[in-house]
Design a protein around this ligand. Sequence first.
Ligand code: NDP
Length: 402
Amino acid sequence: MPSSPHPVAPPSCDGSKSGSLNVAVLGSTGSVGVSTLEVIAASQGRFVPFLLAANRSTQALVEQARACRPNWVVVADAAAAAGLAVADLPAGTRLAIGPEALDDLVRSPEVDRVVSAIVGAAGLRSTWAAVEAGKTVALANKETLVMAGPLVMRLAEQTGARILPVDSEHSAIHQALRSGTPDEVTRIVLTASGGPFRSWPRESLVAATPAEALKHPTWSMGRKITIDSATMMNKALELIEARWLFGVPAEKLGVLVHPQSIVHSLVEFVDGSVMAQLSPPDMKLPIQYALSYPERCPGPARRFDFAQGMQLDFEPPDLTRFPAVRLGYEAAARGGTAGAVLNAANEEAVRGFLDGALRFTDIADVCARVLDEHPFQPDPSLDDVRRLDAWARQEVVKWAVV
Ligand code: NDP
């Protein structure tokens, strides 16, 4: 494991002290993006919104721009951008259009922190641009590391970019790892809420509807990740993310179902000591931690009152009802193109499920088949990753049509 937190001059959390940090929020109209803007708004000027980017939600983007007056808004989808009246933007906010413009702005020397919160494989290119430019990246887009973990981590080493996790589990692990050296770590356990179907029998899962799958018991998130939580594919993707982010072999990684979503993950050390991070399920905390690291600041995240009492339950995941978890272990152990193929197959299968073309249980089944059948490459280039991403999507479409 690489030594995790490297010592750097801590940023001040007090906006009155020197130096505020310009933040580029990629995916600002999404669930993580909106929470990021709340963290920025509560930061007393420490974090300044420099750029907000979305795909098609131009109305929401204009409203966000009016509220926080960034230097730039970027609309990735050119057709959607055509409907945005520049006159609706506040004075001082400029409009850029398309993914290339986004990459250029992310690389700009004025950007100090990049929050990578675009959903899915679409988030890879702008995150890559940020890492290439040596930025500090607060990474919510787990797909970046699932698809191209070794390539991205190698690039970060070359450019000096820092990748700080926003995923609550990985943020918890990052925080817990500060308690020991990499050699002292024996096991990393990611916790999972278990999703809305934690106690459903396999027979009922076959008929689970999108509306049922979108009702997450503890977290409020975007649609894609909410379905991933229901299948537990989210945990599969997180195992792969952890494998590359922390440089830990797959055998040292584990998963525990913890329905309360209060313990966000656990790290066990050689002496048997286990460090966990606890907080209410609220993404504002890990987002702020990634922005302010290595310092901690007061912020808007919810807090506990332990005096109210609470129950913490843990159980192993049921790999028969939730076979996606097994696929995560497999892809984390195999490396190479396995993560990219699993991710692409899953994205397409989730789309198929939401559109009514696939049943809930088909999602993991189709992913397993595509993963098995793909022409595995152990040391792919970024082009190989993109090619197999496209191939895997085609395979799922074929399955959904049959
Ligand atoms: P949402 O679906 O809520 O939001 C996605 C955001 O990405 C929107 O702003 C969307 O814009 C934008 N977007 C989508 N495609 C493109 C594109 N091609 N170019 C530019 N912008 C694009 O997702 P979440 O916020 O839930 O998740 C974002 C990422 O964070 C995912 O990778 C997820 O796995 C991860 N994550 C999310 C958590 C959560 O609590 N939500 C927790 C941990 C990780 P538009 O509105 O225009 O479509």
